[in-house]
Design a protein around this ligand. Structure first.
Ligand code: ADP
Ligand code: GLC
Length: 477
């Protein structure tokens, strides 16, 4: 099949979180299956400076209609691997910036214009290059307007640009809601500004547009597919989603086992396998050393890698300050984002310098070292559409501690409720329950034979894309 993907992130060119990993590894897996894949992403500065893009050629200089003006753009393309072409929608005014969506402090003020322009650039490129896609697969709010814009362009020009559209929700908490006065930039019919269109509490919601107007909807785990149809997790869109319940499917993300594999991982100081864990010990020592801890420390090491946002339950960790103060454990956190959370974590690390360490960089290599060098991986998310880190950690022999939400439920089995098949520790998203989880981890750490059995099961888990790709193929069919 000829499949076009559109997304705002793609590993390794632009990444703020799991979206980048998921889109890159899904499209790679589809290319492996013999599909012809085109992936549209914005031409961010990082992408244009990436060595892969040095071969990029300009294929189009479209004039994009943005309300009452036309804005010029440039479309570049390169092919990082067989069967997959990247198309960059470029316009320096919008994308020649350091970050995808904003500075740590706040979002860029023109994100609506940037992503309307991006979506329109995709449509114009598909039209002018006659791409004739079987499926256009959109990801998250940044591409939410694309299904509508495609159909509108088809009516306007009398062409068929794509047979079908799919919209995958990676995180319903981010909806792309902007003042309705920006809607005219889309050049879509005025009637779409109503409640049956993009309107969301008087504003324009790009996520809602994707949900209402894509032919089929997917999200990134079966559990999250159920959750987002309820008020507790739907972030105000549960009602809209429920009207499309029959078209919504939860397909668990896979992970890229070429990037995340301790037996081949070049980012680690030592490699290892389930049969020979000596390299994991080296990684642990290096992790402790790099954070100024005693490298010979014998107790449990907890690791955490995440965007610092309310979603990730960082406050629950902070609420357990006493535990880290009292117990002989270590905690390494790698995370950037919300300034207040960062400050509170910094306080914790400063007050417990021999026990807690914080790095606030975005550091891909360090994220691999935390996964490999920790004994336990902490993921106390309040909600988690899929979550990739708990899968990475299992493959790296690091036992995950996760909440009972979203994709975490679909990927971790609790050792108490299922002693023969358990791979981790599951608790509820509150501070007391996390404390119990931490204590259970300590108890497990004190039983090496049991711990090794749990670890080995995790390392042998099959988290590749085989199953999910089959699911997406069936959806496309
Ligand atoms: P989310 O997409 O909600 O952020 P996921 O678990 O799906 O959560 O994916 C997070 C991804 O982002 C993982 O690959 C993780 O290693 C990475 N990541 C998060 N924060 C950092 C950081 N500060 N440095 C490097 N990688 C990070
Ligand atoms: C989002 C979600 C995360 C998911 C990722 C990839 O960022 O927060 O849970 O793993 O998308 O689908």
């Amino acid at each position: 099949m000829k499949i076009v993907h559109a997304a705002s992130e793609f590993y390794p060119y632009m990444k703020t979180g799991g979206l980048a990993d998921a889109v890159a590894s899904l499209t790679g897996a589809l290319a492996d299956r013999g599909h012809e894949i085109a992936v549209f992403i914005p031409g961010y500065r990082n992408v244009l400076e990436h060595p892969d893009a040095s071969e990029a050629v300009t294929v189009l200089r479209p004039k994009i209609e943005m309300g009452d003006v036309f804005m010029s753009g440039e479309v570049k393309t390169f092919s990082p691997r067989d069967g997959l072409k990247i198309y960059l929608i470029c316009r320096d005014e919008f994308f020649d910036r350091l970050n995808a969506y904003g500075t740590g402090e706040r979002d860029y003020e023109d994100n609506h214009h940037r992503f309307i322009f991006f979506c329109k650039g995709v449509v114009e490129t598909m039209r002018l290059l006659r791409m004739n896609a079987d499926v256009v697969h959109c990801h998250d709010w940044q591409t939410g307007l694309l299904p509508l814009l495609l159909r509108h362009a088809e009516q306007r020009y009398g062409d068929v640009l794509a047979m079908h559209t799919v919209f995958t929700i990676h995180n319903i908490a981010f909806q792309g809601v902007f003042p309705m006065r920006s809607f005219y930039r889309t050049n879509l019919p005025e009637e779409l500004t109503g409640i049956d269109g993009v309107e969301f509490y008087g504003q324009m919601s790009m996520m809602k547009a994707g949900i209402l107007f894509a032919d089929r909807l997917a999200t990134v785990s079966p559990q999250y597919a159920k959750e987002i149809q309820t008020p507790a997790f739907g972030c105000g869109l549960d009602g809209v989603l429920a009207t499309r319940g029959e078209d919504l499917i939860g397909l668990l993300n896979g992970i890229d086992t070429a990037v995340w594999n301790p037996a081949t991982d070049e980012m680690l100081p030592a490699k290892y396998t389930v049969d020979n864990l000596a390299g994991k010990e080296t990684c642990r020592t290096e992790l402790l050393r790099r954070h100024g801890f005693d490298a010979a420390f014998k107790g449990p090491v907890f690791g955490m890698v995440c965007r610092l946002t309310a979603q990730k339950g960082v406050d629950l960790v902070l609420a357990n300050r006493e535990f880290f103060k009292r117990e002989d454990v270590r905690l390494v956190v790698l995370g950037a984002g919300d300034a207040l959370l960062q400050e509170s974590l910094r306080d914790l690390a400063t007050s417990l310098p021999r026990k807690v360490a914080l790095s606030t960089r975005n550091d891909e290599c360090m994220s691999h070292l935390v996964e490999a060098g920790s004994d336990f991986f902490l993921m106390p998310s309040r909600f988690e559409p899929c979550g990739l880190n708990q899968m990475y950690s299992q493959i790296y022999g690091t036992i995950p501690l996760v909440t009972n939400v979203g994709g975490l439920v679909d990927t971790v089995k609790d050792i108490s409720s299922d002693p023969a098949a358990g791979t981790g520790i599951i608790f509820e998203p509150n501070a007391e329950s996390l404390l119990e989880g931490l204590q259970r981890a300590q108890a497990l750490y004190a039983k090496p034979a049991l711990r090794k059995a749990v670890q080995a099961r995790g390392m042998k888990s099959a988290f590749g894309w085989t199953q999910a790709v089959g699911g997406y193929e069936a959806l496309y069919d």
